[in-house]
Design a protein around this ligand. Structure first.
Ligand code: PLP
Length: 430
């Protein structure tokens, strides 16, 4: 990312596109009205749970409601006007997403799934179960989300393959010397998270992909926390497969994406069967339709695809380099402010180019769930738990952590509210 091209976001303008951010919660504080009566103060929502799900701007809601109002219909099957319009919109959404992540093969390389988890399972079922066997190794990292870790563990148990984990160092970065030891000629797949949803680490995924290819292995990158937050070009990375979710990038729930290199997808068998994905069916056998429909049986997420298209337009209008710079600034500020609070342990690398827009931490003596509950008393929404990275939390020596994650509509002032609430928690548990 070139720093000169980065522009500060018009955060107030962006916030106006997200009516949900205007919500206020009654959290028990009271003020005196002029007539002396006490009334509940509406406390404004501070939403810092964006790594779980981001909010949806008006243009996305509008695009989806326009679909339902004007051209709701099933795709690929109808001759009538509505079906034709819905089909075109659904297909266009694939093209738009392909362009957004640099997939030069266009729609044939973009499969719509339910979410990142399903995208990863698609590779596991379609490729993993048929290609892996005893002696093969799948190399993961210690910071994988369960979406990848549990999936490949299960595939390994079923196929007799082994799973290896690239270590993280004390700062929460991948130990690349260990990566070079782990990835060998026995490696069949390297599956790595692009940006850790717990540590915030931005991993050197191009380097990992290159290492995989040096040993004739494939690479699968989990981009759930990358595509929403920074420019991503799957071909520059060299990824064979790349997965992400609509609901973490200002889009709707119910739609995810799997990018796959066309040559690989062409060779792979579908993992779900049914209508809409076939070329010819007889009583004896079936041949598969074209990419990407071969991997999208049944009625697909049509309104969601329309919404995802609008979300991509919305983010590109802002500029992904600007999104990244804004989040980096907020996470740096959060890191610094949290470091000033005594007894706070922050996980992951110090602020810098390899840290994304989230900060996970613990306040000594306060369970993360209690902390999140106190935050909620201040209408501050954060996440607490293991963030679907239990083995990583075991490695960090904690059962859970609190996580604040930022998006295009967050401000420094909101981080101040978080830090003030943290001070309250400390006093309460002192
Ligand atoms: N991978 C990472 C890094 C994530 O952060 C998440 C969600 O938090 C997932 C995968 C799973 O995403 P989804 O729940 O949309 O399938």
């Amino acid at each position: 990312m070139s720093r000169q091209n980065v522009e500060a976001l018009d955060v107030e303008g962006i916030r106006a596109d997200f009516p949900i951010l205007e919500r206020e919660f009654s959290v028990g504080s009271e003020t005196q009205r002029a007539d002396g009566e006490a009334v509940d103060d509406g406390t404004p929502l501070v939403y810092l749970d964006n790594a779980a799900t981001t909010h949806t701007p008006e243009p996305v809601v509008e695009a989806m409601s326009d679909y339902y109002r004007r051209y709701n219909s099933n795709v690929h099957r109808g001759i009538h006007h509505l079906s034709q319009e819905a089909s075109i919109a659904y297909e266009d959404a694939h093209d738009r997403v392909a362009e957004f992540v640099g997939a030069s093969g266009g729609r044939e390389e973009i499969i719509f799934t339910k979410n990142t988890t399903e995208s990863e399972n698609l590779i596991a079922y379609s490729w993993g179960l048929s290609e892996l066997g005893p002696g093969d190794e799948v190399v993961l990292t210690e910071m994988e989300h369960h979406a990848s870790l549990v999936t490949w563990q299960q595939v390994a148990q079923r196929t007799g393959a082994d799973v290896k984990y690239i270590r993280i160092d004390e700062d929460g970065r991948l130990d690349m010397d260990h990566a070079r030891e782990c990835i060998t000629d026995d490696t069949a797949l390297v599956s790595a998270v692009h940006v850790s949803n717990t540590l915030g680490t931005v991993n050197p995924v191009s380097e990992l992909t290159e290492l995989a290819h040096d040993h004739d292995a494939l690479s699968l990158i989990d981009g759930a926390q990358a595509v929403p937050n920074q420019p991503v070009d799957v071909e520059e990375i060299g990824a064979d497969f790349y997965a992400f979710s609509g609901h973490k990038m200002a889009g709707p729930t119910g739609i995810g994406v799997l990018y796959g290199r066309k040559e690989l997808l062409e060779e792979m068998e579908p993992y779900l069967y049914g209508g809409g994905m076939v070329r010819k069916v007889t009583f004896e056998d079936t041949t598969w339709g074209e990419l990407p429909w071969k991997f999208e049986p049944g009625t697909p997420p049509i309104a969601e695809a329309v919404g995802l298209h609008a979300a991509v337009d919305y983010l590109e209008e802002i500029g992904m380099a600007n999104v990244q710079a804004h989040e980096r600034e907020l996470s740096t500020y959060a890191y610094e402010r949290l470091s000033e609070v005594g007894d706070v342990d922050i996980y992951g690398p110090e602020p810098g180019p390899d840290r994304g827009g989230l900060v996970s931490f613990n306040l000594e003596g306060v369970h993360a769930h209690d902390l999140a509950s106190i935050m909620n008393d201040h209408a501050v929404a954060i996440r607490a738990g293991d963030h679907c990275t239990q083995p990583l939390h075991d490695k960090l020596g904690v059962a859970a952590s609190a996580r604040a994650s930022f998006y295009i509509y967050n401000t420094r002032e909101e981080i101040d509210v978080l830090v003030d609430a943290l001070e309250d928690a400390r006093e309460l548990f002192a």
